[in-house]
Design a protein around this ligand. Structure first.
Ligand code: SF4
Length: 410
């Protein structure tokens, strides 16, 4: 597995799979934690063990960004998060170039003052707070823990400690939500002046309780047209308040964009640590890559981390591996890159695949340009085009699949 190096540079995503409850719409790998569950206590050391192994395995010398997400990282508590951040800090003291951004996700119910101060004092540059909605009937309809008063108290604390260097997530299209409720949520949130807001449209992921139990109408969900209108009302409000849309669901004040996520949209290397996390490593010269996914089983992961093993023995252990051939990688570059308001990076595309994007999908580009949905400089979807990302990608993929030369690179 070590035959494909991460070019010595990769970001780190760390997955913390513990939550206070189980939200009905969630399809992430996460486990509701019961009182006296000791796994969150032992988890930071398991992650640090994996970090040590992967950093050596991939010969990393630079980690541009770190993102600790989940699940709910604040479930580690101040002590666990403190140990995790101190342990990661040792990497930068051992000669690895330090990240310019460290983000920690937190949910208000578990992010008290001690937790937030630990994050700030140990180098976290950006906090990402899962708000979703203040509207309690909508929260209870999807079994989301936490109440509106607590959310506001925690937002005040986050603002005191991080200024505007925080992001907050909101969801549109929740049960029992209408435009008045959404706009009230936004007014409440924006009063705390976050530098960044993620506005997600609720999706019914197969297999989740929200998709499986009852009809959408029985669950109080808006019909698809109303759900679209809600998201657009949210987008317009953010833009009026000075938050620029720089990705399908992400808005920021100038200079407050999420650097870690931009690396995903540009398809730059990242390693994923923790059960359920995945890594993508691309060989720029060859135009091919690999994806490594850690087996989503926290108990197996913790036992694995406790075994004494050399880096060589551990290489590839516990990872599911998938080759990303040229066609797959070009598709993923489009899938991720056209989410981003600046589009895929043309120089990186040429370097990896030896051709221009225009040469891959000329008909799709001409058609969407004529419809005023695609800009040329840079090659990117317009604001209206982003609303039609899925049909754009379907057209682009159909055109790509007809071309054998794209697949083989000959
Ligand atoms: S808090 Fe987040 S990760 Fe946990 S169950 Fe809810 S949506 Fe999923």
């Amino acid at each position: 597995m070590a035959d494909l190096k991460a070019g010595n540079t990769a970001s780190l995503y760390i997955h913390v799979p513990f939550c206070a409850g189980a939200c009905d719409y969630c399809d992430f790998y996460s486990i509701p934690v019961m009182p006296h569950d000791s796994r969150p206590d032992t988890y930071p050391e398991a992650i640090l063990k994996e970090a040590e192994i992967r950093v050596q395995e991939f010969g990393l010398i630079h980690i541009p960004t770190v993102y600790i997400g989940g699940g709910t990282p604040s479930m580690l508590g101040p002590a666990g998060m403190g140990r995790l951040l101190s342990g990661l800090g040792k990497l930068w003291n051992q000669g690895i170039k330090a990240p310019s951004e460290i983000t920690v996700e937190a949910n208000p119910e578990s992010a008290g003052e001690a937790f937030l101060k630990t994050c700030r004092d140990k180098g976290v540059t950006r906090l990402s707070l899962g708000i979703q909605t203040f509207h309690e009937p909508s929260r209870s309809a999807v079994h989301r823990v936490g109440d509106g008063a607590l959310l506001q108290e925690r937002l005040r604390l986050v603002q005191d400690l991080f200024g505007s260097d925080f992001s907050a997530d909101l969801i549109t299209g929740l049960p029992l939500q209408d435009e008045t409720i959404l706009l009230q949520d936004m007014e409440r949130l924006l009063a705390y002046e976050p530098g960044h807001v993620s506005l997600y449209a609720l999706t019914l992921e197969p297999g989740t309780p929200l998709a499986s139990h009852g009809t959408p109408a029985e669950r109080g969900l808006p019909d698809p047209d109303r759900a679209d209108a809600l998201w657009i009302a949210g987008r317009d409000t953010l833009e009026q308040q000075g938050y620029g849309q720089y990705e399908v669901s992400n808005f920021s004040r100038p200079g407050k964009e999420a650097l870690h996520n931009i690396r995903y949209w540009r398809m730059e290397n990242w390693l994923g640590l923790g059960p359920g996390a995945s890594a993508t490593v691309i060989d720029d010269a060859e135009g091919r890559g690999r994806r490594f996914t850690v087996n989503p089983d926290v108990d197996a992961y913790i036992s694995w981390s406790k075994r004494a093993m050399s880096v060589q023995d551990a290489a590839g252990e516990g990872l599911l591996m998938e080759d990303l051939d040229r066609l797959t990688l070009i598709k993923e570059t489009f899938l991720m890159g056209f989410r981003y308001r600046k589009g895929p990076d043309p120089g990186l595309f040429r370097q990896r695949f030896g051709l221009d994007m225009e040469a891959c999908i000329p008909d799709t580009i001409a058609c969407w340009r004529n419809r005023g949905l695609l800009e040329s400089e840079p090659l990117a979807l317009t604001k209206g085009g982003l609303l039609l990302l899925d049909p754009f990608l379907e057209a682009a993929f159909r055109e790509l699949e007809k071309k054998d030369a794209i697949r083989t690179g000959e």
